[in-house]
Design a binder for this molecule. Structure first.
Ligand code: SF4
Length: 347
């Protein structure tokens, strides 16, 4: 049976301050099958847009398309027309679309047999624990639906310390399912991250969240993503980050180099021009028109990451297994954060 007609009406759900408005987005359903995304997993994204505003985010185009589609219909509500009138980069971070009927959709769509053993990833496109979640609790409600089932494989990708709010719930889920929380953190350099990811929680807050999850019995690993050539890829940066994650209870580490997809190119290159002009030139040379880093760079980085994991007491094979569960064999540009050839929350 096909999905029902979209519900939701672009109504204003909340205005939490900081110039942000949260709108109820029309949705036809909540579970994205692999056939629709080209990924090797099912995915769930309760929000479109993200207040964290990372300069390298892959998910910006999906937000733009969604707003354009909503505003281009006759009689479109003023809320979506106002969002469409904003520059798309501003709208992505300030007009958050919340799938307020996601819990009802999931209750209808959650039939474990249909997943065929494939993982279900929450937050494959945008952060499920971004600031809007504090008030709306959509991710929390979605997670609760999985308490009625067993034997599934759930992955969560987030840069947010808010995930620790659900530590107890995630621990209960981990008793019933295979659960992997991938806490994304690219560096311990808080000043650098403040420029690159203006509104993400500090590295210290994310490590504390990791510790809370691990203490509660939730399987958690660090996702170093994206690794930015010339900014966060040196041995000292990666070593200190891996050591801190291990000390905070990370059971595995994953991650990979920046992918320069069109959305990333549009926002990151201007950021580099403004903050690191020399590096901007090198990025243009290195990436050219390609999306991935060169194979030589990727394999050297992989070797370095593996060696550093061993050094801090993590098993690279465990990281590879967890990561492979959420990678795909082909390029995916429509906002999925885990793209070929490896992962990244935004990344
Ligand atoms: S990379 Fe993730 S956390 Fe950053 S803006 Fe995009 S969705 Fe949000």
């Amino acid at each position: 049976m096909g999905r029902a007609a979209p519900t939701g009406d672009w109504r204003l759900v909340a205005e939490p301050g900081r110039g942000v408005k949260i709108l109820a987005a029309p949705t036809r359903g909540i579970l994205n099958p692999p056939a629709a995304t080209g990924m090797r997993f099912w995915s769930l994204n309760p929000y479109v847009g993200c207040e964290f505003g990372c300069s390298y985010c892959y998910a910006r185009r999906t937000h733009k398309w969604t707003i354009e589609r909503g505003s281009n219909v006759r009689g479109a509500p003023a809320t979506v027309r106002e969002a469409a009138a904003l520059p798309s980069a501003v709208a992505f971070e300030r007009r958050i679309l919340a799938k307020t009927d996601a819990p009802e959709h999931l209750a209808e769509e959650l039939r474990p047999a249909r997943f065929g053993g494939l993982p279900i990833v929450i937050g494959s496109a945008t952060d499920p624990y971004q600031p809007a979640e504090r008030q709306l609790q959509l991710t929390r409600q979605l997670l609760k639906s999985f308490l009625h089932h067993t034997g599934l494989h759930l992955g969560i990708i987030t840069k947010s310390a808010l995930v620790a709010r659900d530590a107890e719930l995630l621990a209960r889920l981990a008793e019933r399912h295979r659960v992997s929380v991938h806490l994304s953190l690219a560096s311990l350099d808080a000043a650098l991250l403040r420029k690159l990811e203006p509104r993400t929680p500090t590295p210290r807050a994310r490590l504390r969240a990791m510790e809370q999850l691990a203490t509660a019995g939730v399987p958690v690993g660090i996702l170093i993503a994206p690794i930015l050539p010339g900014l966060t890829d040196d041995t000292v940066t990666l070593h200190t980050l891996l050591a801190a994650a291990k000390a905070a209870g990370a059971q595995w580490a994953g991650g990979g180099p920046l992918r320069m997809n069109p959305a990333t190119r549009h926002t990151l290159l201007p950021w580099l021009d403004a903050h690191r002009p020399t590096l901007a030139r090198r990025y243009r040379e290195h990436y050219g028109t390609r999306q991935g880093a060169t194979p030589e760079y990727q394999s050297a980085l992989r070797e370095r990451l593996d060696a550093l994991q061993v050094l801090v007491g993590l098993n690279p094979k465990e990281g590879a297994v967890r990561e492979r569960e959420f990678t795909t064999p082909r390029t995916q540009e429509q906002g999925e954060l885990f793209g070929e050839p490896r992962t990244a929350n935004g990344a």
